[in-house]
Design a protein around this ligand. Structure first.
Ligand code: PLP
Length: 483
């Protein structure tokens, strides 16, 4: 194709001014400043110009532009730009704790606490009794001690921080003994071995990958040993011919040498999940009860609170951790403390915790309840999507995710959308751009909307978002470019 032909197509593009004059953009100027609209139109026209310059002959055949179409496309870009970048999404993946989706949603009481503390001053570091300066860490220490049975507790930024700070405070320059089978990596960036190295402690691996005995630990302990560490293999299991040393025996060994025994529980739960038909996940109270000197766990895994790392255990060790200057670098803010306190208070009444903490509710909601919701939603969707998708109900399993209960597949229920004409991956992409965005699983050219990870109050929103996204009649890219 000659250069001249391309020039002809470029001439089809209207001017920035011409597009800005379109009614739809003129009306939007009430909401958006003019320079934003002008920038959006300029960017859009530049993209179209590039498209023409890079297109092959067939792609250019019959290419037309309308300024109304371009204005519509520019408006979509403006609206997208002004939306917050971090937004609420509907998690229809069936993975309850999804690190990419922000792990646990908060209970209403925690959200209320965030709001109240956020919009006001607070007694973050002021004792209301004495009027003197106090510590931010005091607000929830006694609550944590009450719930876990520990003598003392401290909250930091996250569990990785809790492990790092504990090791740095108690074992820098000395040795820490860990079983080879417990050297976990979590979520790509947290490896026990590397956290240990950066804390300044020397890792002494003992046992084999699948088997480790008390005698292995005993042989490794010497005058240089600062701590025995047990790590919950939260995101994998070693199966078959295995042996691990229970915490209570490690505690005894550590006591013989007058050194602490620490356990990184990863998720850490405060309720016995086996009572709800789920596999047992080690409870914080059990580790403390077994005499473990320091237990660390996350606030936003199965606990269902905000991102935080909790260190609970013996006072004499927590006092040393509190003195570490690095605590300042890992300290929690008032929002975390507010949301965590409100979440922990729910645990004082277990039935309340099970009802009100979204993660626990999602884990334990019955199949009957899910089926009822799936039937209702599929009916609503089927009516509206006739001719576009076949709507059915499927019974795939959901997952806990977030490095907790790795092997647990929980029976679940999905509304299943099978597109009749389009590709399922494309539809999933449209749903990600819906308002609110809906994140789904795609399986064999079907979209699975798993209701276990969707909050009941979001059911209506889910239907509306799906309908808007699938019914939209062409994606934004197509508008304004007529072939
Ligand atoms: C998840 C996990 C961590 C890291 O916790 P964060 O709160 O994500 O920092 C550390 N150890 C174990 C065993 C874990 O499962």
């Amino acid at each position: 194709m000659s250069k001249n032909d391309r020039q002809d197509y470029l001439r089809l593009l209207p001017s920035v001014e011409r597009v800005l004059q379109e009614k739809i953009l003129q009306e939007s100027l009430a909401e958006f400043p003019r320079h934003l609209a002008a920038d959006a139109v300029r960017d859009l026209l530049a993209r179209k110009r590039m498209l023409i310059l890079n297109a092959v002959a067939e792609e250019l055949q019959g290419l037309k532009f309308s300024s109304a179409g371009l204005a519509k496309e520019a408006l979509i870009a403006i609206v997208e730009q002004t939306l917050p970048h971090l937004r609420p999404v509907i998690n229809a993946t069936g993975v309850i704790l999804h690190t990419n989706l922000g792990r646990s949603p908060l209970a209403p009481a925690a959200v209320q606490a965030l709001k109240e503390i956020g919009e006001s001053f607070s007694n973050l570091e002021l004792s209301l009794k004495t009027g003197r300066r106090s510590s931010r860490y005091e607000h929830i220490e006694s609550l944590l001690c009450y719930l876990t049975g520990a003598e003392a507790a401290l909250v930091v930024n996250n569990n990785a921080g809790a492990v790092f700070l504990s090791l740095n405070s108690l074992a820098a320059g000395r040795e820490v003994v860990v079983s080879r089978g417990e050297l976990v990596e979590v979520g790509g960036s947290f490896r026990i071995s590397e956290v240990m190295a950066s804390s300044g402690a020397r890792l002494i691996e003992v046992g084999a990958t699948n088997k480790c005995y008390l005698k292995d630990y005993r042989r490794a302990v010497n005058g240089q040993t600062a701590l025995l560490l047990k790590v919950h293999t939260s995101n994998y299991r070693i199966m078959g011919f295995t042996a691990a040393v229970p915490a209570r025996l490690l505690v005894k060994l550590a006591a013989e040498y007058n050194i602490p025994c620490m356990e990184d529980l990863g998720s850490g739960v405060l309720v016995d999940l086996s009572r709800f038909g789920l596999p047992r996940e080690p409870m914080v109270q059990e580790s403390i009860g077994a005499g473990v000197d320091l237990v660390t766990f996350s606030g936003d895994k199965l606990l269902g609170g905000p991102q935080a790392g909790i260190i609970a255990g013996k006072k004499k060790y927590l006092d040393r951790i509190r003195e570490n200057q690095l605590l300042r670098a890992l300290r929690v803010d008032k929002f975390t403390l507010a949301a965590l306190e409100a979440t922990l208070r729910l645990y004082c009444d277990e039935a309340k915790a099970m009802r009100q903490i979204p993660v626990l509710r999602m884990l334990t909601i019955s199949r009957d309840e899910l089926l009822k919701r799936a039937e209702r939603l599929s009916r609503l969707l089927a009516e509206q999507l006739a001719g576009c998708c076949q709507v059915t109900i499927s019974h795939e399993h959901a997952r806990v995710g977030g490095g907790a209960l790795p092997l647990t597949a929980i029976p679940s229920m999905q509304v299943c959308l099978e597109p009749l004409l389009q590709n399922a991956g494309l539809l999933a992409a449209k749903l990600r751009r819906a308002d609110p965005p809906v994140i789904v699983r795609v399986h064999k050219n079907k979209l699975l909307l798993d209701l276990r990870s969707v909050m009941e109050r979001q059911d209506e929103m889910l239907v509306k978002a799906v309908l808007r996204a699938l019914d939209a009649g062409g994606s934004p890219e197509e508008a304004g470019m007529e072939q």
